[in-house]
Structures are given as C-alpha cells and as structure tokens.
Design a protein around this ligand. Sequence first.
Ligand SMILES: NC(=O)c1ccc[n+]([C@@H]2O[C@H](COP(=O)([O-])OP(=O)(O)OC[C@H]3O[C@@H](n4cnc5c(N)ncnc54)[C@H](O)[C@@H]3O)[C@@H](O)[C@H]2O)c1
Ligand SMILES: N[C@@H](CCSC[C@H]1O[C@@H](n2cnc3c(=O)[nH]cnc32)[C@H](O)[C@@H]1O)C(=O)O
Length: 408
Amino acid sequence: MDSGELKMGWARQYMPVLAEIRKRFEAEKPLAGATVGMALHVEAKTAVLVETMAAGGAEVHITGCNPLSTQDDVARALGRVPGVHCYATRACSVDEYYDAMDKVLDASPNITIDDGMDLIHRIHTLRRDLLDTIIGGCEETTTGIQRLRAMAEEGALEFPVIAVNDTPMKRSFDNIHGTGESALSSIMITTNTIIGGKWFVVAGYGYCGRGLARMAHGLGAKVIVTEVDPRRALEAHMDGYHVMTMKDAAAIGEIFVTTTGNTSIITGEHFPLMRDGAILANAGHFNVEIDIPWLEEHAEEKETRDSIDTYLVNGNRISVLAEGRLVNLATTKGMGHPVEVMDLSFALQALCTEYMYKNGGDLTGGVYEVPYEIDATVAHLKLASLGVTIDELSEEQKTYLQSWTAGT
Ligand SMILES: NC(=O)c1ccc[n+]([C@@H]2O[C@H](COP(=O)([O-])OP(=O)(O)OC[C@H]3O[C@@H](n4cnc5c(N)ncnc54)[C@H](O)[C@@H]3O)[C@@H](O)[C@H]2O)c1
Ligand SMILES: N[C@@H](CCSC[C@H]1O[C@@H](n2cnc3c(=O)[nH]cnc32)[C@H](O)[C@@H]1O)C(=O)O
C-alpha cells in the first residue's frame, strides 16, 4: 500500500458512522446512475466519503476547494478507486485550480457538493449549460451558505441546495470542536511555540471562534475576542474572555487567529502596532481575513520558512502562517479536522446526497435545511458506535411537552 492508501485506511478506522452508511449503500445502491461533482479538501477523510458515494453506485468527479489543502498522495490513491476521478493537486496556481473545477463540471454532474460554493458559482456564471441536468447540491461551510442565501434572496439560485453546515450535527461538532482542535494543533506543530500563558486573539466569536477560544484557554492562553455582533461580544465577555477592538488587541496579542469569514480583519491599521514575534493565522474562509498584500508591499523584509512567512514591520517580526489560508488544512503539517468530527460531517453529506438525488426533482431553487431525520440518524449511529444509550420520551412526556394547558 502506498502512503495515500495508508492514510485512507487510518481514517476509515475512526469513521464508524460512514462505515455503517457504506454497508447500506453497498447493498441498496441508492446513488446508481448519479454523477456527483465535488469540490472539497482532498485528504483522507474526504476520500472515505468519496468511497462511500462510489459504493452507493455514484460516479464521482472531485477536485479541491483550496489551493493549499490537497494531499497529493491521497489524491492519487483516490484516482485509483473504481468510479472516481480526482483532479486536485496541492499548491496549484489559480488557473490550475479553476481548470480542475472545469474538469469536474465537464462530467455534467447531477449532484454538486461544495465547500465554499465554488462549483455552484461557476455553474451559475460560466457553465449555465449545466443547469438543465443538475438535480441539486449540498454545501459544507458557513460562508458558502451565506452566499447561497444571498443568491436565493435575489432569485438567482436555480436549483435546491442543502445547507449541511447549518444543522446542529455539523456545526456543533465540526465548526466548534473541529476548528478549535485542528487550528490549534496546526499552529503548534508549525511554529513549535507554546500557547500557555500567551495573549491569544480570536477574531469572531461564532461557532469556530468559540471552539478556538475555549481550547486556547484550556491550554492556558489569555484569550482576547474581537467581534462586531454585540450579542456575541457579550457572550464572549460572560464566557470569561477579554473583549476589545482589533486595534486595541493588536498591541497586546502574541497569536492572532481570524475566524470571521469576512474580509480585512487584520490590516495595515494593525500590523504596525504589533509586538515583535506576533504570529497570525486564519481559520475562517479565503485568504482575505489578513491583509497580506499590505504586508507584501510595506514590509521592510520578508523571510520564508515551511508554511511561515515572516515580515519585518517597523523592525518587528510578524509571521503569517499558510499564506493566510486555512491554518488547519493549508500548512504542510496541517491535517484538517479530527477524523471523528469529519465522520459526522461527511455522514451528513452522504445522506443528504442520497436525499437530494431522490427528492431534488420535486424541489425548487433555494436553500434547504438538513431534514431532521438525517440529523437524528447520524447522531444515533454515532452514539451506537460509542456504546452509549439514551432515554426515550414516554407518551406522557410527549403529551406534556405538546400541551399548553398542562403544568400551569
Ligand atoms: N477552518 C475550518 O476548517 C472551518 C470550519 C468551519 C467553518 N469555517 C469557516 O469559518 C468562518 C466562520 O464560521 P462560523 O461557523 O464560525 O460562522 P459564524 O457566522 O458563526 O461566526 C462568524 C463570526 O464572525 C463575526 N465577525 C464578522 N465580521 C467581523 C469583524 N470584522 N470582526 C470581528 N468579528 C467579525 C460575526 O459577527 C460572527 O459572530 C466561515 O468562513 C466558515 O466557512 C472554517
Ligand atoms: N473552501 C474554503 C472554505 C472554508 S473550509 C471550511 C470547511 O472545511 C471542512 N474541513 C475542515 N477540516 C477538514 C478535513 O480535514 N477534511 C475535509 N474537510 C474539512 C469543514 O467542514 C469546514 O466547514 C477555504 O478553503 O477557504
């Protein structure tokens, strides 16, 4: 076995929910006849999802959703799985990135699975010829769904898409635990510096930000949160963190991580205020949260190490990890979210794909929630794999909960 297959075997060991789904897919072939086009981070856990889809009868065409997150050995191993075509390569140019996306679209997928809406954007702009054959799609991440909702509000979204990110079984685990653990572990292994005792600035106190804040605090960091939403700022305050503006945090922070999905969070207004040795990373969306063009233009010097660019600003060294792209996946040592977390997210993707293939023809263009039954199935399968049983509502309790007259 080569290294890509070994990585896939390792991931499979810790993905019991997808393993159960795969068994059923192998027997029932619910995706027979489907062509699934995917743009996801191409690494071992994603490969297990792809195998599951193929086991269900789908033909899968996949590329990456970030130029730095592909693991080439896994991409090669995936390409050898029957029914699977993989076009992703690591550190590709922007042109190569979109060429690979076009190869996925050339296969005329009838289901799309996106992480950041790249395929759907391309279909609605440059590849409108494909709209006739597409049944529907699934979206993995917060920013992708925000954009899909914006499209839907303008009436521009022409097929149904399931908002996988927004369901509790995804974001309560993936965004909170996944981002918290994987961003921190990637920062630690890339920089070999300590978290304990440091001023650790988290920009954005959403699902990702709170996971990161909690875990950095758990390692002994003094956590500062920056926010624009007053409710979330107040939550961060009551959760025990220091809340302030980025301008104030800039002079104090030793490690900064952005998790906003927004643009221009750390900019030329902040870099000159920073301490010597400050470390900056992004765990949100694209590489626009940290203003790297400003650093490229204004820094007195630049030194590059493995996944670390150090800029000299006012004589102080400011280091940006992974070119400001997702720190948990885009550093050379970043492994992405823990396997068990992606087992849940990708079990949802597998079941939502099955649902969309079966029911999408009856739905109109728009953003749809993950059906409750799918969320509950994934939770039950995971609990069963852990050997955990839980109580069930009695008939009396169900009646009580549904009544407005009882208990008053
Ligand atoms: N690294 C990963 O693997 C990973 C995992 C899941 C999601 N994501 C991405 O991370 C981003 C955040 O996801 P989420 O689920 O936490 O979203 P969210 O909407 O729950 O949180 C984002 C938070 O950022 C805040 N924010 C926006 N602009 C800000 C600004 N200028 N300054 C400070 N705070 C600001 C918002 O008020 C919000 O509270 C998205 O882009 C999502 O796609 C990344
Ligand atoms: N494509 C964008 C979008 C953000 S990725 C954020 C998503 O990545 C997903 N993710 C995180 N870790 C992994 C992993 O190891 N494998 C596959 N997907 C992952 C996770 O579900 C989350 O919603 C970008 O690269 O900037």
